[in-house]
Design a protein around this ligand. Structure first.
Ligand code: SF4
Length: 463
């Protein structure tokens, strides 16, 4: 059992201190933070696509310090992940935070050659659970502000739990009401997963950096920046640590399992933060919350929320009719006894193994499906589990649900609406939300891509 599992089992509040593997200097790691047990976490490719892998970086730190290794699926395949699991186990690493990850900095859209693939967190959790021996963490972004993106996030969280997550770490955020909503969700569904909130001492420089870089899924409002600017001009820069301390204490009072502390790896920063935790430790929840709001100069939570023009969008009749037609067609051709028998008979012919026939089949499949649903010849058609909205039309190719990078339904890539928001709206209109909640969709192995999903479908039981 890892130290982290023990801490969870004993219901101790803990602090996971994040270190970037791109740091030039090796900072001392702590095993205790303001009286709380502390562990280190190693982030995966946050600074650049070529950062040292957390598994490699972990070797530079004392073996007795328990670590949580992040693994982001960007630019990775399920086979690579399974190899990583083996290596992590051999290296004695037992705690993982599995996430899809934000856009790879050198993302290739496929227009000029290969397309960057993303291993979904749900698939990584399924594989890690099957492998066994790991305490598995997943990321979750509760800071969403339209109906569809909130629903899409929570539906995916059901899948992460079902796949085998042991703990949840939230996206960095400041809207404590959104975290309370997440806590209520876990309680309502009797989910026993441990909940940790990501916190960071938010300086003006960091806020401006995140806004400039448009860091995916992080909400910093103009009012927050205004408050930070005022403070800086008045020389009240320590308020940043005061706030972070209060946030940590609020989460402790709320019964969270701990916090994931980002951008606080320097000893002097840690000392300052710890001193404020000590100073406010005696306060109860109501007093901590009152001080938190006072420091943001706002008694409501509106200061942390973006302006939302449209909370709910409507599904068009055309979308519903298209879904119904495709659903009927799919059932008749791919699920009926007649369809399955015919398909098996046709595609079982050795003829399809010949290159020209395989090529012609693939082209026919692409021509017939691309214009209707956006098919990209993935070889493992998942349309029936995604309400006929093709996962390949998501730039990351995600099938199980959204990444955390949406902004008011807009895709992290900025060029479309998130396909998962569209899908959730449709699912509600046709009463199919259970499909999005329960159906764990397998990852597409690289070697399957570029083959006929029709043929693979009918012959799947022959393998
Ligand atoms: S479509 Fe949605 S899930 Fe896909 S990359 Fe964009 S925001 Fe993420």
């Amino acid at each position: 059992m890892s130290q982290l599992s023990n801490i969870f089992a004993e219901n101790q509040f803990c602090v996971l201190v994040e270190y970037l593997t791109s740091l030039k200097e090796l900072f001392p790691v702590v095993t205790e933070f303001a009286g709380f047990p502390a562990l280190m976490t190693l982030a995966d490719r946050v600074h650049s696509d070529d950062d040292v892998a957390p598994l490699v970086a972990a070797q530079q730190f004392p073996a007795e310090v328990d670590k949580v290794l992040h693994y982001a699926g960007k630019g990775r395949d399920i086979a690579e992940f399974k190899q990583f699991l083996q290596q992590a186990q051999t290296a004695g690493q037992h705690n993982l935070l599995l996430l899809t990850g934000d856009k790879l900095k050198h993302h290739e859209s496929g227009e000029h050659g290969a397309r960057t693939r993303y291993l979904e967190s749900v698939n990584a959790v399924m594989a890690a659970k099957q492998h066994g021996g790991f305490c598995i963490g997943v990321a979750f972004n509760p800071f969403k502000y339209t109906e569809a993106e909130i629903d899409a996030q929570y539906l995916k969280l059901h899948k992460k739990v079902k796949a085998g997550a042991d703990f949840i770490i939230t996206q960095l955020g400041y809207d404590i009401a959104a975290l309370k909503q997440l806590q209520r969700f876990l309680k309502r569904h009797s989910y026993a997963q441990k909940l940790l909130a990501c916190v960071m001492p938010l300086t003006l420089a960091r806020a401006n950096f995140m806004l400039k870089q448009q860091v995916a899924g992080i909400v910093i409002t103009p009012r927050m920046v205004e408050v930070l600017e005022q403070e800086k001009s008045l020389g009240l820069t320590e308020r940043v640590y005061e706030r972070c301390a209060l946030q940590i204490l609020i989460y402790q009072h709320l019964g969270f399992a701990g916090v994931h502390l980002s951008a606080c790896h320097k000893p002097e920063e840690q000392q300052l933060l710890q001193s404020y935790i000590e100073r406010y430790r005696h306060l109860d929840l109501a007093d901590c919350e009152q001080m938190w709001h006072d420091l943001w100069e706002d008694q409501s939570d509106e200061v942390f929320r973006p302006n939302v023009n449209t909370y709910s969008k409507k599904v068009s009749l055309g979308q519903i009719v298209k879904y119904q037609q495709l659903h009927l067609m799919h059932d008749a051709v791919f699920n009926s006894k007649l369809g399955l028998g015919l398909g098996h008979m046709i595609f079982n012919q050795g003829f399809w193994n010949k290159k020209p026939a395989a090529k012609a089949l693939l082209k026919t499949e692409l021509l017939s499906k691309h214009s209707v649903v956006g098919c990209d010849n993935c070889g493992q058609c998942r349309l029936a589990d995604t309400l006929y909205i093709c996962p390949e039309t998501c730039p990351k190719g995600l099938a199980n649900g959204p990444c955390g990078g949406t902004t008011l339904d807009r895709c992290e890539f900025g060029d479309r609406e998130c396909i998962h928001s569209v899908k959730v709206r449709l699912a509600k209109a046709v009463e199919q939300t259970d499909v999005l909640k329960d159906q764990l969709i397998d990852a597409v192995p690289i070697e399957v891509r570029g083959s006929s999903s029709w043929r693979n479908w009918y012959l799947k039981d022959d393998h």
